[in-house]
Design a protein around this ligand. Structure first.
Ligand SMILES: Nc1ncnc2c1ncn2[C@@H]1O[C@H](COP(=O)(O)OP(=O)(O)OP(=O)(O)O)[C@@H](O)[C@H]1O
Length: 279
């Protein structure tokens, strides 16, 4: 695989001196062009920190992150600006990620104009973007608060697509949406990938969501990747106890099976705790 993004032995620490805490302990993975890599793990495992490091918002303590062969970790301001076109982001909360004072047309055209695109071309591009994410063209004059959560997330996706990026970091982009809207937005991500060839680093705590969208998946546990593979293999043949627990945590309709899964999850958790106590 020739990697679009390569993360190699990434360590991230927050704080300094005695107060420094390491939250990523040497994480490595790659994403190929047009591929979706799902990054799954419980709250606090370090998923967002990985995404923010890829976006250049968090400094690596050691290790390397390279995009298309260029080292991102040591990129200066000018290189960062160039990379910002190639690597975009969609955040979890469509309510706080869009400026409520701006009309959708301005939200989408402003970054293009800042890149030197003429106002006229930017307007035409905004119409195409709205069409691509399934929003009506009259959305340009309306403000974010006039839209539902799912529609706002479509605007956020359109904004990420505007500079024609090659990678989008999707940080829990459907977690704030109801289940039906989640499925529609996930389908939109897949459709956009087919059309544009963009790659995704898809961060989620939800294994079902990761399974729906990803080609491969990495399981992150307390700052370490404990499992990597084709998403169906990771789910059908988990090798790490934490992955097994994660799978058992997903709800099933049958109450007897649900109770059985709960017991098995508790057993694995007790086993893990007793192993930690011995260590
Ligand atoms: N700026 C920061 N300063 C200090 N600690 C931080 C900072 N950002 C994150 N952390 C800590 O790093 C750890 C990993 O956080 P991170 O947000 O990456 O986890 P996560 O897996 O994305 O969790 P969640 O799903 O809850 O967002 C947590 O213990 C968090 O408190």
């Amino acid at each position: 695989m020739s990697a679009l993004l390569a993360v190699d032995q990434l360590r991230v620490r927050f704080g300094t001196g005695k107060r420094a805490t390491e939250v990523l302990h040497g994480v490595s993975f790659e994403i190929a062009p047009s591929e979706t890599l799902g990054l799954v793990g419980e709250s606090g495992s370090g998923k967002t920190t990985i995404g923010r490091t890829v976006l250049g918002l968090v400094k690596a303590h050691s290790g390397a992150v390279s995009f298309d062969g260029r080292d991102i970790t040591s990129a200066g301001r000018r290189e960062r600006r160039a990379l910002a076109k190639d690597i975009q982001v969609v955040f979890q909360d469509p309510y706080s990620s869009l400026n409520p004072a701006m009309a959708i047309g301005d939200i989408l055209s402003e970054p293009l104009i800042m890149q030197g695109v003429s106002r006229r071309d930017a307007r035409a591009r905004v119409r195409t973007l709205l069409d691509q994410v399934g929003l009506p063209s009259d959305a340009t004059d309306r403000r974010p608060q006039e839209f539902s959560g799912g529609q706002r997330q479509r605007v956020a996706i359109a904004r990420a697509l505007a500079p024609e990026p090659r990678l989008i970091v999707c940080d829990e982009p459907v977690s704030a949406l109801d289940l039906t809207t989640q499925a529609r937005v996930l389908d939109l991500f897949a459709e956009i990938q087919q059309r544009t060839g963009v790659a995704y680093l898809f961060i989620s705590h939800d294994l079902a969501v990761v399974r729906h969208i990803s080609d491969r998946a990495c399981v992150l546990y307390r700052g370490d990747i404990v499992e990597t593979g084709q998403v169906d293999d990771v789910i059908s043949r988990p090798t790490h106890a934490y992955t097994r627990r994660l799978i058992l945590a997903a709800p099933v309709a049958d109450p007897d099976r649900q109770a059985e899964r709960r017991r098995e999850r508790r057993r694995l958790l007790d086993l893990e705790r007793s192993t930690e106590a011995v260590a």
